[in-house]
Design a protein around this ligand. Sequence first.
Ligand code: BES
Ligand code: MN
Ligand code: ZN
Length: 483
Amino acid sequence: MISFLPRASFEKPAALVLLTSGQAAAADFSSWPRDVAAVVSALLASKKFDGSKGEIFPLLAGKSLVVLLGLGKDEELTLPALRVLVRRALLSSFFKKMADIELIPHRDCGDVVNALIDAHVIGGYAWKKYITRKKDDTTVEHRHLHIVAQRQREYAQAVAVAQAVNFARDLVNENADVTTAEYLEKAVRALVRGKKLITLDVLGRKELVAGKFGLILAVNKGSSKEPRLVVARYNGGRKGEPYVALVGKGLTFDSGGLNLKPSGSMETMRSDMSGAAAVIGTLRAALELGIKKNIIFAFGAAENAIDADAYKPGDVIVGYSGKSVEVGNTDAEGRLVLADIMAYVIAKHKPARLVDIATLTGACVVGLGYDYAGLMSNNDVLAEALLASAAATDDRAWRLPLYPELKDMIKSKIADIKNISNQKGSAGSMTGAEFLHQFVGETPWAHLDIAGTAFVDGDNRMYFGHGATGYGVRLLTDFIGKN
Ligand code: BES
Ligand code: MN
Ligand code: ZN
């Protein structure tokens, strides 16, 4: 078997060459410059490099540094593994001072190129705004990666989506007192400025009071900042074509409220607006890709803080839908905010489908860990479409069930419904979802619980460093483009 390698120029000071073990055994270098081909084939003949998975081997060929990366057996190689391997090679010390790198893939096809861009743009991201020590001037952001690939259109689209992922990550990583509800509103205004495709509705405290949004107002009561409900209507599709609505949880900080979170559980809660950040990032990607669909991008932004005015455990509150809610726990605040917003978006815009995305429950982290989001839905077609986009983009998701008995678990003796389960410690993600379910009526709806996937606290995970992952931007962008 002879594998033909993509034609590469090796004109940059450095090159990263991806080779499967099959290619290492029988590759045709006829399209490569002779000096590079000679050095590489000599190495392969010596068997010092055989393309084993994760193997990295540097060579000097003429004036350029050529680093070979082994991918293992072609038939065992997956795209998620490719992202991890290529990220590790690009961050390795061999490329430390290299600002210009040519990347020669083992195959020139759309999904491989997409994975390579993720490895570079998403894998190279780090939040360094507050680090004052002198920055290395060859940090990954300043690097040029030239991927040898034919499909320039897919290439540009993948870059736009990956950059939208990093944009969402910046929103999450920034201090909670910077990314307030007002800040998120301004971020959206900046994105949509001059775009005739978009109609923006923003409700501040005054409008929320007038519209009887009692749930989001209750959550925000202990905060010194104003809440916001932001709805951007993106009219990229035909006139009259129904909307798909994306709704994000935007808790700019979640202290837990009077049911205060303990130390150890609060330190990363600036990430509790990751659902809203995913919606904003997807809006950015949709604008850049020019997606031809009608889409509603919405989020509710509030802060779950405490002062003498804070909403209280045991309170009964009434929101936009008119349903009364017993506050069993002030830390189950995300579902309150979402209930108000989803009820509003459904009443006002009657979307054909609604997907909410939220860092909703610690139980989701217990059940599914950090690499899979929980997906719950009242509609199998919608759930399957989201799972397909999750698999295509590597924003992974796993479906959990919703069933009638869950409703009994959130019964209240003093209100229509309660914001926590009467069976503490069981089915926490599903009872959270069932609460939301009670506010969507018959609308086909799906809920993504991203409490585990939105943020990396500590070591690298998959191809993400510490901090926000931008989970959901790739999944939702793929979903709205295809559905
Ligand atoms: N924002 C949290 C959920 C969360 C936990 C996100 C860990 C990311 C990491 C949410 O508002 C919350 O506090 N949920 C409670 C619900 C409980 C009181 C029913 C939880 O999971 O403990
Ligand atoms: Mn909470
Ligand atoms: Zn929360």
